[in-house]
Design a protein around this ligand. Structure first.
Ligand code: ADP
Ligand code: ASP
Ligand code: MG
Length: 417
């Protein structure tokens, strides 16, 4: 109904490729103004221009081998300041009222985990004041501030999280994530041509897809959305087509045993060999790693004869060097024989809520990989996903083979789950 469209609070987030040059910023501004003119209160969240944040990472490493985390955030947060200011100028040039705000001006308060800070609270007062004045509010994505005034960033891809967190705080009617693809697909459409757009997906499935590498939505944005029931619409910046709605599971019409295939090349594997197999050994290995705020993912322990064991696990690639440093010390402490790391791995996963009621999904996955001659080095499963760690060079082959084997290009709903 037209009347419900009026006076809605709408959060729109545009990613790096959508604001990659001045013309694109002008086009985005036009798009936002069209919705604002219908009487809606707009909050726009922008990323840095595509490539900018990567450039800053490189610059930082030219100064310091392991850049100081506080200063790293100080640098990385600047890309978004550029785009919000340019966007505001484009809107003003077109005669509408707008104001750009940084994370600390909005009071997006985070913890102090520089480079991967978590949002603790958001003050909506300032945004609401500007909305009452009829202004479009444009907020820098990806950044926040600690209670004692240090600038933080939320982790790569974090502008999605800024948008959803703002939508939750403002109780927005919808959070639209505009990007360079027109929705969430059964797998990365830039890797697999037969990938199919999913019309609706549950928060839980989206959470798994995002956590397993589908970077179209940042994982923490999906957690926020699920917790605060924020309706998300992922759609294209460049067309008006309907994208993908992220919804509650009971709103789903179709339920395929496998709804998506993901890959993640941003992890590394570490193996500690010949560890004395005594109680408390896992705690000794993983306590210092978690104290360094490194999130360990898949863990496998192999028991050897003679009271020894091997421990293999994966860590984010960005934490790999630090994790190897910690492991070196731990190995000396616990008397392990050796350790080895491999950053050239990929984690391939299949995800689907329908998996709960279908046996043999995991074994089909193993058979498909075996048929392609791909060796699996680690496996992990949950109720709605199966992940295999393989050599990075086989990523595309594995993704395409699994997408074909589970017939994800076909949209045929199966029985109820
Ligand atoms: P933005 O800069 O707009 O935040 P991202 O590059 O972070 O955009 O995310 C969009 C990209 O996510 C797409 O270009 C696509 O290659 C990738 N992607 C990976 N998996 C998926 C998926 N399952 N569905 C859609 N896109 C995906
Ligand atoms: N500019 C940041 C990045 O490249 C945040 C984002 O784009 O979401 O990671
Ligand atoms: Mg992104």
């Amino acid at each position: 109904m037209e009347s419900t469209k009026q006076m809605a609070v709408i959060v729109q987030k545009f990613g790096g490729t959508s604001v990659g040059n001045p013309d694109k910023i002008k086009a985005v501004a036009q798009r936002v103004m069209n919705v604002a003119k219908e009487g809606n209160s707009m909050v726009v969240v922008l990323s840095a221009m595509s490539g900018e944040t990567n450039k800053f990472v490189e610059l930082a490493h030219a100064m310091q081998e392991q850049p100081d985390p506080r200063e790293f955030d100080m640098l990385l947060s600047t890309g978004e300041q550029v785009t919000i200011a340019l966007f505001a100028m484009a809107v003003k040039a077109a005669g509408m009222d707008v104001i750009s705000l940084l994370g600390d001006q909005v009071k997006i308060i985070t913890d102090a985990s520089h480079t991967k800070a978590r949002i603790k609270s958001i003050d909506t007062e300032l945004i609401e004041k500007y909305h009452k004045e009829g202004k479009i509010v444009v907020v820098a994505g990806f950044q926040g501030v600690t209670p004692d005034q240090h600038i933080t960033t939320l982790g790569r891809g974090g502008s999605d999280t800024t948008a959803v967190a703002l939508a939750a705080a403002l109780k927005a009617d919808v959070c639209e994530i505009f990007t360079d693809v027109d929705g969430v697909y059964t797998t990365d459409p830039n890797m697999c041509k037969s990938a199919r757009k999913i019309d609706k997906i549950s928060y839980d499935e989206m959470l798994e897809l995002a956590s397993l590498g589908a970077k179209v939505l940042d994982i923490r944005s999906v957690s926020f959305a699920k917790r605060y029931k924020v309706p998300i619409h992922v759609r294209s910046t460049f067309t008006d087509t309907e994208g993908t709605r992220v919804v509650e599971e009971d709103e789903l019409m179709e339920s395929l045993p496998v709804s998506g295939v993901t890959y993640n090349k941003n992890e590394a594997r570490i193996t500690i060999s010949k560890v004395p197999d005594t109680p408390g050994i896992a705690a000794k290995i993983f306590t210092p790693i978690s104290a360094a705020d490194i999130v360990v993912d898949v863990i496998i322990q192999n028991t050897r004869e003679g009271g020894w064991t091997d421990m293999t696990f994966t860590v984010p690639l960005t934490d790999y060097d630090q994790a190897m440093g910690i492991v070196e010390k731990v190995c000396a402490d616990i008397g392990a024989e050796s350790f080895v790391g491999d950053p050239d791995i990929a984690k391939i996963s299949i995800v689907g809520v329908g998996m709960r009621n279908h046996s043999a999904i995991a074994s089909t996955m193993f058979q498909v990989l075996a048929k392609e001659g791909i060796n699996i080095s680690l496996i992990s499963t949950s109720e709605i996903k199966v992940s295999c760690v393989i050599a990075e060079k086989y990523t595309e082959l594995a993704v395409r083979a699994l997408h074909d084997a589970f017939e994800l290009d076909k949209a045929t709903p199966t029985e109820e789950h």
